[in-house]
Design a protein around this ligand. Structure first.
Ligand code: C2E
Ligand code: MG
Ligand code: MG
Ligand code: MG
Length: 280
């Protein structure tokens, strides 16, 4: 009996593994075609100066409008896209879409390059790519956007792999007037002793720290210290994942420059962003 049970469990298990492998293959196939089938979309989330209530920045976040599964989050497909070597093409598409969109908004609403900027995420693999600088510059050119309106978001862990080479590459981007921000600060490998070597303009405090604050006094202190640390280095500070009025007040009192989070808005399609934040 026990043996039989074991056998049928094994069959169930292997059946499930087989299904999972098939699902992955199917998703890979669909992902490979998603770009040319126009299934990706860029959503936009505002970064707001809470003192003036002005939208000073907007983060571009990719979504996949899957024909059967609906709107898929990057967590579901970005890793696979990296494994499949599709991330450079997808990244370039996001960059062109986001920069063109911002340029159009600046033109339509008479905004100068420093009034509204766009942030685009770069994956670790894109940073490893020697064609990055060339690709970013030609994409910016195509879009018409002023380089100073573009901020590229990188993470600590993607720099730490080969600091000197990456820092050199990052410097070349900043020499073109492109800004850099460090995303998800505080998570992953801590590179505090290297941070001053990175040519970054902005530090984005991860939502984990925003969520933890006001839960425990020690967490509040950690957050305050992080903000002070950024300010000491002369960096702009963005608080990510601000969801409540209390969190907003806390960030305000402690001198965060910009707020990004559900409190103001989730990431939304371009037309909705325009209607809610640009049409006066
Ligand atoms: P991220 O760059 O740290 O982006 C912020 C994430 O936090 C977004 O998730 C956003 O929807 C979410 N978020 C913002 N405010 C709140 C809040 O108040 N509460 C909560 N719970 N979440 C909030 P999303 O859009 O699912 O993106 C996930 C990650 O995928 C991004 O994290 C980024 O690392 C990556 N990603 C997104 N788009 C791209 C892209 O075009 N290229 C690359 N390489 N990575 C991307
Ligand atoms: Mg980001
Ligand atoms: Mg982040
Ligand atoms: Mg993140």
């Amino acid at each position: 009996k026990a043996k039989e049970n074991g056998r049928s469990q094994y069959r169930l298990y292997s059946h499930r593994m087989h299904e999972e492998a098939e699902d992955k293959l199917q998703l890979e196939y669909e992902l490979k075609n998603a770009l040319k089938l126009n299934q990706f979309e860029v959503y936009y989330q505002p970064q707001i100066n809470s003192k003036t209530n002005q939208v000073e920045g907007v983060e571009a976040l990719i979504r996949w409008n899957h024909p059967k599964k609906g709107v898929l989050s990057p967590y579901v497909f970005l890793k696979l896209a990296e494994e499949m070597n599709l991330i450079s093409d997808i990244g370039e598409w996001v960059l062109l879409t986001a920069c063109s969109q911002l340029y159009k908004w600046q033109q339509t609403y008479g905004l100068s390059p420093n009034e509204l900027s766009v942030s685009v995420n770069l994956s670790a693999l894109q940073l490893q790519d020697i064609r990055l600088l060339e690709s970013v510059c030609s994409t910016l050119d195509k879009s018409g956007l002023d380089p100073s309106s573009l901020e590229l978001e990188i993470t600590e862990s993607s720099i730490i792999l080969s600091p000197e080479r990456i820092v050199d590459r990052l410097l070349k981007l900043t020499q073109k007037n492109i800004k850099l921000s460090l995303d998800d600060f505080g998570t992953g490998y801590s590179s505090i002793q290297h941070l001053h070597l990175f040519p970054i303009h902005t530090l984005k405090i991860d939502k984990e720290f925003i969520a933890a604050c006001q839960q425990k006094i020690s967490q509040d202190k950690v957050l305050i210290a992080m903000i002070q640390f950024a300010r000491t280095l002369g960096l702009k500070v963005i608080a990510e994942g601000v969801e409540t009025q209390e969190q907003l007040n806390f960030c305000d009192e402690n001198q965060c420059d910009l707020i990004q989070g559900y409190f103001y808005s989730k990431p939304i399609p371009a037309s909705e962003f325009e209607a809610r934040f640009l049409i006066k």
